[in-house]
Design a protein around this ligand. Structure first.
Ligand code: PGA
Length: 249
C-alpha cells in the first residue's frame, strides 16, 4: 500500500530564522500520523537548522533540492550527495524543471544524479514534465517517457524500485493552472506502466507525486485520482498553516 507523501519544495525561500517560526506553527498543526509521509526541501543553507528543528519529529523527512554530479573536489559552489547525507538529508529532488530550464540540466545529468544519490543512500525524487509547447504538440507522453527512461537508465532494478517520481507539467508550475485530476491520473498511469515494464510488479509500489499549482482547494481531488500518491508543492507550502491544511487533507 503506497502512503501519501506531502513534499514541500521551498525553492529559494525561507532561511534558518524564518524556518524556526514556520516549523513552530506547522508542527503544532500537523501531528505525526502513520498514514502519510511529510517531507521538506529547504534551501541547502537552511538544512542544518531544519534538522535541529525536526529532531523531536522523526516522522518528517528532509531533502535537498539538487546535488552535483560530482562527489567531491574543486567544484566551487556545488553541494554533493555525501555532504547532503551527512547534513541530514534523506531525499533529493533531481531534474526539477527549474534546474532543467534555468540551469541547463540534461536527462543524462539527471541519470548521473539519481545514481550518485542512491550510492550515498539519498532517495531521489525524479521530476519529469512537459512544457506547454510540448503539450500542445501532443508530445506529453513521449517527453515524460524519455525523461523517465533516461533518468533511471543507469540504475539497477533494485535501485529503480527505491526511486520516487514527480510528474510536474512545466506549464502548471507557479502559474495557478494545475493539471486536472483526470489528466494527472492519465500521465501517472503512463509513468507507472513504464516503471512496471522495467522492473515488474515492484513498479506498482513506486510513489508518484503530482506537482504544479497545488492549492488547498485542488489537493483533495488530485490526491483522490488513481495513481496520484502524493503532492510536491512550491508556493502553497510557504505558509505553515495553509501547508498543514493540505497535509491534513
Ligand atoms: P508550485 O511549484 O506548487 O508553486 O506550482 C511546484 C514545484 O515547482 O515543485
Amino acid at each position: 500500500m503506497r502512503r501519501p507523501v506531502f513534499a514541500a519544495n521551498w525553492k529559494l525561500n525561507i532561511g534558518p530564522s524564518v524556518a524556526r517560526e514556520y516549523m513552530a506553527a506547522f508542527l503544532a498543526a500537523c501531528e505525526p500520523r502513520p498514514d502519510r509521509s511529510l517531507a521538506f526541501f529547504p534551501p541547502a543553507l537552511t538544512l542544518a537548522a531544519m534538522r535541529d528543528l525536526l529532531s523531536p519529529r522523526p516522522d518528517v523527512l528532509l531533502g535537498v533540492q539538487n546535488i552535483s554530479v560530482e562527489e567531491k573536489g574543486a567544484f566551487t559552489g556545488e553541494n554533493s550527495a555525501p555532504i547532503a547525507r551527512d547534513a541530514g538529508a534523506g531525499l533529493v529532488l533531481v531534474g526539477h524543471s527549474e534546474r532543467r530550464r534555468l540551469f541547463g540540466e540534461t536527462d543524462e545529468e539527471t541519470a548521473a544524479k539519481c545514481a550518485i544519490a542512491l550510492h550515498h543512500r539519498l532517495i531521489p525524487i525524479l521530476c519529469v514534465g512537459e512544457t506547454l509547447h510540448e503539450r500542445e504538440a501532443g508530445r506529453t507522453e513521449e517527453v515524460v517517457g524519455r525523461q523517465l527512461s533516461v533518468g533511471v537508465g543507469r540504475l539497477g532494478l533494485d535501485e529503480v524500485a527505491c526511486v520516487l517520481v514527480a510528474y510536474e507539467p512545466v506549464w502548471a508550475i507557479g502559474t495557478g493552472r494545475n493539471a486536472t485530476p483526470a489528466d494527472a491520473s492519465h500521465i501517472h498511469g503512463v509513468i507507472r506502466q513504464t516503471l512496471t515494464d522495467r522492473i515488474g510488479a515492484r513498479g506498482r509500489e513506486i510513489t508518484i507525486l503530482y506537482g504544479g499549482s497545488v492549492t488547498r482547494h485542488n489537493a483533495g481531488p488530485l490526491l483522490a485520482a488513481r495513481d496520484v500518491d502524493g503532492l510536491l508543492v512550491g508556493g502553497a507550502s510557504l505558509e505553515p498553516d495553509g501547508w498543514a491544511e493540505i497535509c491534513n487533507t
